[in-house]
Design a protein. Structure first.
Length: 82
């Protein structure tokens, strides 16, 4: 099974998504993204060529786990209502 080298984890309860880079059998956490711009910046700092094209396009390179791609906000819980 092919695994994409860039992993965008599920949305955290407080919002944002952890971003990891898979290389040489190890996952390295790049940071907590709150937007596509954050993901692009993390990939740029990690030396990924053309990070704009990677994030906005190729599903062979980016795996968006559990939640919709490009979504970063946590769903409000029914229990949050006073």
């Amino acid at each position: 099974m092919h695994r994409a080298p860039i992993l965008v984890h599920p949305i955290a309860p407080a919002g944002g998504r952890r971003v990891s880079l898979r290389a040489q059998g190890q996952d390295t956490v790049l940071g907590l993204a709150r937007s596509d711009a954050d993901v692009i910046e993390f990939l740029r700092r990690a030396g990924v060529p053309d990070p704009d094209d990677v994030v906005l396009g190729d599903s062979r390179l980016v795996e968006w786990q559990n939640d919709e791609p490009h979504a970063y906000e946590a769903e409000p819980s029914d229990t949050d209502i006073p």
